[in-house]
Design a protein around this ligand. Sequence first.
Ligand SMILES: Nc1nc2c(ncn2[C@@H]2O[C@H](COP(=O)(O)OP(=O)(O)OP(=O)(O)O)[C@@H](O)[C@H]2O)c(=O)[nH]1
Ligand SMILES: [Mg+2]
Length: 384
Amino acid sequence: MPANVTMEYLLAEDEYRKAKTITEKIKALEKMYSTIPKHKGTEKMRLSIKQRLSKYKEKLEKSKVKRGRGPTFSVKKEGAAQVALVGLPNSGKSSILNVLTRANSVVASYPLTTRIPTPGMLEYNDIQLEIVDMPSIIKDISMGKGFGFQLIDAIRNADALSIIVDLSKDPVRDMEIILNELYRSGFRINKRKPEIEIKKFSSGGIVIRGKEYVSDVHEIKKMLVEHKISNALVVIKEKTSLEEFLDSLNRNLSYKKAFIIGSKNDLENCDKNLETFRKRYSEFGILSLSAEKKINIEQVKEKIYEILDIVRVFTKSPGSEPDYPPIAMKRGATILDVAKEVHKQFYKNFKYAKVWGRSVKYDGQRAGGDHVVGEGDIVEIHIK
Ligand SMILES: Nc1nc2c(ncn2[C@@H]2O[C@H](COP(=O)(O)OP(=O)(O)OP(=O)(O)O)[C@@H](O)[C@H]2O)c(=O)[nH]1
Ligand SMILES: [Mg+2]
């Protein structure tokens, strides 16, 4: 035990030792993690806390399955992609859903009005997008408080998040609460899962490639063994911190893109609050709007579209005009992905495609199945 930990940390550790339930253990471990000084000398202790945390969280997940799940919150996906509106009670989520779509989610001046996820459709650039107004985030949803687990599952189901903070109140504090709850619930926001490949074998021990990308190979091996991986080829492809490596072993984590909407910007003090907020959270894309006065609605729609990373592809049959509407693909999708989207037969019997648009040098260029499509491309698929 290094001598340079704080009194608060020692108290939290004591709490951990005395904790009887899984939830108590998790809370104490979280306290330990937040009070431990963050420097090189405590790195291993921090990792060990995180490791214990993910173990207890897994146990909590399992116990939730046993307990049954109560009402289901799942929203059947409609349209090309789904964006979830998440935020604290009364922050204006339902008002935003209503102004973005034709939905009619109940708006009221008291908190926790929205009890179940409420979807609406937004058409943008000829593409149908689904926006889901989520029940509010409250403290300890990660422990299952309220319908916490159902809410977490519903948020997991979304392709991206829009975090709503009320600009007329204290957006910096609200954002802290939201990010903390999301983190504890297993979300990693605007982060990419590190590029690590793990191929398990039945013997041969652990072989690590890309050792130069991590600071402590011994610690990595320990983590793998803790996760019951004792024979595997581990390929690390980019610089990865020990904490990121530990995260990558945790299958319960969900990596989500998010941008922030500062709501109610028609109210007093909002400009000042927005300025402070922007400085504090400069790494996020931040827009402000007023659902009531309909300010900046178009910008928000554009941002939603942008965060989903969609490219539109028009399909066509030989000798005819392109079909309408276009189909929405994820950026990086290939011609074969497009074929799969159109019809199983096009995918199974694919021969080649002709492409017009940004991704090719000349109109009607021939392309193979692995050709990556570009925004607005026209694709004519030829089959065997
Ligand atoms: N001035 C102003 N008030 C707003 C705006 N948007 C929402 N409100 C008010 O804020 C309150 C909460 O709005 P809701 O849209 O119900 O908020 P919510 O986040 O869905 O709240 P819960 O579902 O109860 O957690 C209501 O009294 C709204 O009238 C806005 O743009 N400007
Ligand atoms: Mg609501």
